[in-house]
Design a protein around this ligand. Structure first.
Ligand SMILES: [Zn+2]
Length: 270
């Protein structure tokens, strides 16, 4: 069964649900060619924690919308100034087609589309000669990272993170009750094409991140687990998440999700 067979499309419950206060619910029609009969079969409920759930009593499809999900259209208008004063370099070019060929070829192996980079405001800074990855949460820009692109970059660090705070960046392009937990932003964007995802910006989970995902029912941990420390941290995260739902760890892939093809991710995640 594919995701679209199991889940209600977002537009069948999210717009109506936006009006609801915590604790309120409504019933609406499920206007779908494959779900006809009695009216008002979908129950949409705003949970006390702010999340939205939906269920069609006729066809059994479900919907879920986390209150912590980062919305693309808000990123487009987002400030380049973080809440604690970090400012994204102003020479950032968000048009990935215009990036230097070396940079384009480096990022091309992730298999993302140009619009993915512009949606998430990922840019290339010619002065830094690094990719700039802004990190948003539901309140806006939280911090940003830069990623090494050139072998002769004097800054040897693969990632440099400009932050003094923590952030939960839940990405959800389809509604699902499963979330995948990954290490880095590009992996989260890649997995986010299939199910909800959250990048940890490392391999430990913070309280803020844990809190943002605790209402999902199933958790999948997918990290590059080629060393003991990562394996150990995965176990710790899994234990914490098992309090809230079922958690499984993907092992033996030995690469980041961003290095996997979409069809490989489908097999591993869905
Ligand atoms: Zn239905």
């Amino acid at each position: 069964m594919s995701n679209s067979d199991k889940y209600l499309p977002r537009d069948s419950f999210v717009p109506q649900g936006e009006e609801l206060e915590p604790g309120q619910w409504i019933r609406v029609n499920h206007d779908s060619p494959d779900c006809t009969g009695d009216s008002q079969s979908i129950k949409i409920e705003r949970k006390m924690n702010g999340n939205l759930t939906a269920y069609c009593f006729r066809c059994g499809k479900r919907g879920f919308d986390s209150k912590d999900v980062v919305r693309y259209h808000k990123l487009k208008e987002a400030s380049t100034r973080g809440r604690r004063g970090y400012i994204i370099p102003n020479d950032c070019d968000y048009r990935s087609r215009e990036w230097p060929p070396k940079v384009r070829s480096q990022v091309s192996r992730y298999g993302l589309e140009d619009k993915d980079y512009s949606n998430f405001r990922i840019g290339y800074s010619p002065s830094l000669r690094r990719l700039v990855l802004p990190v948003f949460d539901k309140e806006g820009l939280a911090f940003y990272q830069t990623k090494r692109m050139f072998d002769d970059d004097e800054n040897k660090a693969k990632y440099v993170t400009y932050r003094n705070r923590d952030a939960a960046m839940v990405i959800n392009t389809l509604n699902s009750d499963t979330i995948v937990i990954v290490e880095d932003l590009i992996s989260a964007i890649k997995c986010g094409k299939l199910i909800a995802s959250i990048p940890l910006f490392g391999n430990c989970i913070s309280d803020i991140q844990l809190n943002a995902i605790r209402n999902y029912k199933k958790f999948i941990i997918f990290m590059d687990d080629d060393n003991r420390l990562v394996k150990l941290n995965q176990q710790k995260i899994c234990q914490e998440l098992n309090q809230f739902g079922k958690c499984r760890i993907i092992t033996g892939v030995n690469k980041d999700p961003k290095e996997c093809s979409l069809s490989q991710l489908e097999e591993l995640l869905l």
